[in-house]
Design a binder for this molecule. Structure first.
Ligand code: ZN
Ligand code: ZN
Length: 274
């Protein structure tokens, strides 16, 4: 009980101290980027060094706050006592895109303790997301998360993002090839940018053959022109109605299902956890 009270006191003191560290100085910088119509996706690297004036006072970078706007995303970042590094990215967009990142860095003389963030849990792909561009979900308490996806079959990293204030992120660029094995990982951090150990999960993408839901597996659907009767009524020479064979379905009353091309089967990509 006493330990608990001491812990709570410590938490209260920390919460009180954190918003304004004595003698802290801040540095703010914005990075704006844009892509023209149909321009290829692009990444940019930025580095902010600790100003000499701060270094001479014995200060070092302690924490950072990030604000993203527009379509700009963050691929990776690193905060050290003497510099902040960030790589931002704009995915390709037909009509072009733009966005900006605002970085606010705080430097202090005496580095306060920075509690590590716990490893995220509950990694899963969102059930209703397209498996070839999945939405990653996890549980955790960190304000920042680093999500990365590795294609085991092709032996390369295919996706990485720093996510702000969210517990899920949908792949906003590219499609994953079917038949490959994948590993993905999440780690979280707080304002100090000290990341937790990685939590990992894996899956493979396969094509599953299913009954076509448009034609229920028959490969054909009822002809719309004759309503499935094979017969249409046209006006004869004297204005009287004349029954004639439906030319759309050649009298069969059926049209080939365009969804499955008449096979009655469709192939759908699925992600299998592994
Ligand atoms: Zn017909
Ligand atoms: Zn069909």
């Amino acid at each position: 009980m006493r330990t608990l009270i001491r812990f709570l006191l410590l938490v209260t003191v920390c919460a009180f101290l954190l918003p304004a560290v004595a003698g802290a100085e801040t540095l703010t910088q914005s990075f704006d980027h844009k892509l023209g119509m149909n321009q290829a996706a692009q990444s940019w690297e930025h580095r902010i060094d600790l100003p000499d004036a701060m270094a001479q006072k014995g200060m070092s970078f302690f924490r950072r706050a990030l604000t993203l706007s527009g379509k700009l995303v963050i691929e990776r970042e690193e905060l050290t006592p003497t510099y902040y590094y960030v790589r931002v990215h704009l995915p390709k967009a037909f009509l072009g895109s733009k966005g900006s990142l605002n970085v606010r860095l705080e430097a202090v003389e005496n580095m306060p303790p920075c509690a590590p963030v716990a490893r995220p849990t509950g990694l899963a792909l969102a059930k209703n997301s397209d498996p070839t561009a999945p939405t990653f979900t996890w549980n955790g308490l960190g304000k920042y998360a680093a999500v990365s996806l590795y294609d085991v079959t092709a032996n390369r990293n295919v996706f990485e993002r720093i996510v702000l204030d969210a517990r899920s992120y949908g792949m906003d660029e590219g499609r994953l090839p079917i038949g490959h094995h994948y590993r993905w990982a999440v780690c979280e951090s707080d304002e100090c940018a000290r990341y937790s150990p990685e939590a990992q999960a894996g899956f493979r993408l396969e094509l599953r053959t299913e009954r076509c839901w448009t034609c229920n597996g028959y490969g054909w659907v009822r002809c719309n022109t004759c309503n499935g009767t094979g017969i249409v009524v046209v006006q004869g020479q004297n204005g009287q109605p004349v029954q004639t064979m439906c030319s759309w379905c050649h009298g069969t009353g059926r049209q080939t299902c365009t969804f499955c091309n008449g096979t009655g089967r469709i192939e759908r990509p699925i992600a299998i956890p592994e």
